[in-house]
Design a protein around this ligand. Structure first.
Ligand SMILES: Cc1cc2nc3c(=O)[nH]c(=O)nc-3n(C[C@H](O)[C@H](O)[C@H](O)COP(=O)(O)OP(=O)(O)OC[C@H]3O[C@@H](n4cnc5c(N)ncnc54)[C@H](O)[C@@H]3O)c2cc1C
Length: 451
C-alpha cells in the first residue's frame, strides 16, 4: 500500500467492516470449504440451514460440471498486498467535515470496501488485486441533516458523492469513473438504520434509507407486519438501495415490486430536499417525482427516508414444488398460470442445470426423491411418468394468505400443472429451492476459489 497521510474522524464500527468479507459474498464466517482430509464440502459457520453439514454430492458436481480441478487453488491476495491508489484529498471538504463533526476516513481499507458491487468482475478484480479508481474518502452520516450538510459541502468544494447502502449492486453503479479527477466521497448510509414509525391503521411504515432488508423485516415481523419485499440480497441490501435500483423481490406477485410499495421518499439533492408532507399514497396532480428517483442509482440525490406500505403477517405460509418433464413444459405452465392470474406469492422455475446443481447441495438423507408426495417416488417419476433426470425441471412456490386462500391456490396450481405433465414434488423441496437462493453467491465464491 502506498504511504499516505490517513485523516479520519469518529469512524464507527459497522457490520460491513466488522463481519463482511472484503473480497467475496456475505459473512466472513460463512463460506463453502473443501475439507482437506477427504475434500467433502461444507458451509462453515452456523448462520444457514445447511451450515456445518457435509454436502457429499457437491464436490462431484463441481468437478464434473465446471471442470474444476480441486487440487488447483486460485491465488488470492491479502488486502495488505493490494496496491491501492492514494486518495485525491480535497482538503477543503475534509476540513468542512471536521468542522461539522461528521465521521469520515480516507484510510485504504474503508475505501476499498466501498469501491465495488458484487458482479463476478468486481470479485475477480479484488482477488487479483486489479484496483483502479476507488473512492477517496468515506463519510458516515448519522442524521438526514448530516446528509444535507455533506451534499452542501460537496457542492461548495467540488467533490463528488456516490451513496452506498448494502453494496450489493450488480449494475456497476458503485464504480468510480477512471477519468474523474475530483475527490470522490463514498457516502455510507449504514448508520441511518432505524424504523421511524409504524402506522398500524393505515398500514404504513417509515424507515431510514440505510436499514438492511432483513433487519427491517425482522422488526416489522415482531410487530405482526411484513413489507413483503424479499430480493435474493435481502440479508445485506438496504431500503435506500432498493429504491435507487428499482428492486424486485421474490414475492412480488403478492406484494409488488419496490415501486408498488413506496409511498413517500425523502431525497437530498444538490438543489435541496425533495419531500412531500401529505401522507396519502397517491396524488393525481402533476408528475410523480418518485418515478424519477426510483432506479436512478444515486445520480439525483441521496435517499434518506422512505415510507412503505406494509401488510399484516399472513395467517398461513406454505411452500410447494412441481416437477415438469422439461423446460418447455415448465414455461408453458407459467404462461397458463399468468393467463389465469393465479400466481402465488412466489413462483420460480429452475431449469435442469439448476435443478441438478440444487440436488448436489443437499444432504444425502434429504434427497429430492424422499419428499415426493407419491409413495413410488423416483420410480414413479422416471419409469412410470417417463421423466428424464437430465431434462426435468422444477417450479418452487411460496403461498401466503389465509389458510383457505392458500389451500385454494395450491389446488388450482396443481390442476394447471397437470395439464403440462407436472407432478407435485412436495413442500420440503419447495422450501429448500426457495431458500437455496441465499447460498448461490457463496457458491459462486467457491467456484472462484478454484479458478
Ligand atoms: C446475490 C445477489 C442477489 C440479488 N438479488 C436481487 C433481487 O432478487 N432483486 C433485485 O432487484 N436485485 C437483486 N440484486 C441486486 C442488488 O442487491 C439490488 O440492486 C439492491 O437493491 C441494491 O441495494 P443495496 O443497498 O445493496 O445498494 P448498493 O449496492 O449500495 O447501491 C446500489 C445503487 O444505489 C445507490 N444507492 C444506494 N443507497 C442509496 C441511497 N440511500 N440514496 C441514493 N442512492 C443510493 C448507489 O449509489 C448505487 O448506485 C442481487 C445482487 C446480488 C449480489
Amino acid at each position: 500500500m502506498s504511504q499516505h497521510l490517513v485523516q479520519e474522524l469518529g469512524v464507527p464500527k459497522t457490520y460491513r467492516d466488522e463481519i463482511l468479507k472484503w473480497n467475496g459474498w456475505g459473512y466472513t464466517d460463512s463460506f463453502f470449504l473443501l475439507k482437506d482430509e477427504n475434500k467433502d464440502v461444507t458451509l462453515t459457520g452456523n448462520r444457514y440451514d445447511m451450515s456445518g453439514e457435509i454436502l457429499p454430492l457437491l464436490r462431484p458436481w463441481f468437478e464434473d460440471n465446471l471442470g474444476v480441478d480441486v487440487n488447483y487453488k486460485t491465488p488470492s491476495q491479502s488486502p495488505k498486498e493490494i496496491k491501492i491508489p492514494s486518495p485525491i484529498d480535497n482538503q477543503g471538504f475534509i476540513d468542512y467535515l471536521r468542522l461539522h463533526n461528521i465521521s469520515f476516513s480516507n484510510a485504504p481499507k474503508y475505501r476499498l470496501m466501498r469501491s465495488h458491487g458484487h458482479t463476478i468482475h468486481d470479485m475477480m478484480a479484488l482477488r487479483y488485486g486489479y484496483i483502479e479508481r476507488i473512492p477517496d474518502i468515506v463519510v458516515w452520516v448519522k442524521t438526514e441533516y448530516e446528509v444535507q450538510l455533506v451534499v452542501e459541502g460537496a457542492n461548495k468544494f467540488d467533490a463528488v458523492i456516490i451513496p452506498i447502502g448494502g453494496g450489493t449492486s450488480v449494475s456497476n453503479a458503485l464504480d468510480c469513473p477512471k477519468e474523474e479527477t475530483r475527490s470522490i466521497c463514498s457516502l455510507d448510509l449504514a448508520l441511518l438504520n432505524k424504523i421511524l414509525w409504524i402506522d398500524e391503521k393505515n398500514l404504513l411504515c417509515r424507515a431510514q434509507a440505510g436499514i438492511i432488508g432483513q433487519d427491517l423485516e425482522q422488526q416489522l415481523n415482531a410487530k405482526g407486519f411484513t413489507c413483503g419485499h424479499e430480493p435474493d440480497s435481502v440479508e445485506f441490501s438496504t431500503l435506500g438501495g432498493w429504491v435507487s435500483t428499482r428492486a424486485s423481490g421474490m414475492k412480488k406477485n403478492k406484494y409488488g415490486n419496490i415501486e408498488d410499495l413506496v409511498v413517500h421518499i425523502n431525497v437530498i439533492t444538490s438543489k435541496g430536499r425533495i419531500q412531500r408532507n401529505c401522507q396519502v399514497p397517491r396524488i393525481s396532480s402533476g408528475p410523480d417525482l418518485h418515478q424519477i428517483i426510483l432506479g436512478s442509482e444515486g445520480t439525483y440525490g441521496v435517499v434518506t427516508e422512505v415510507t412503505l406500505k406494509i401488510f399484516p403477517l399472513p395467517e398461513c405460509r406454505k411452500y410447494g414444488s412441481l416437477v415438469f418433464p422439461n423446460f418447455h413444459q415448465g414455461v408453458e405452465f407459467f404462461h397458463e398460470v399468468a393467463r389465469h392470474r393465479c400466481q402465488p406469492a412466489s413462483l420460480r422455475l429452475v431449469d435442469n442445470e439448476q435443478f441438478i446443481m440444487g440436488q448436489s447441495m443437499k444432504l444425502q438423507s434429504n434427497s429430492f426423491w424422499k419428499d415426493l408426495s407419491t409413495k413410488l417416488s423416483k420410480l414413479y417419476i422416471t419409469k412410470w411418468k417417463g421423466f428424464k433426470i437430465n431434462e426435468m425441471v422444477v417450479a418452487t412456490c411460496v403461498f401466503e394468505g389465509s389458510t383457505e386462500e392458500v389451500d385454494q391456490q395450491m389446488k388450482r396450481l396443481n390442476t394447471i400443472a397437470e395439464q403440462f405433465g407436472g407432478v407435485p414434488a412436495g413442500e420440503e423441496n419447495g422450501r429448500y429451492g426457495y431458500r437455496l437462493t441465499f447460498a448461490i453467491a457463496y457458491l459462486r465464491d467457491l467456484g472462484m476459489d478454484y479458478n
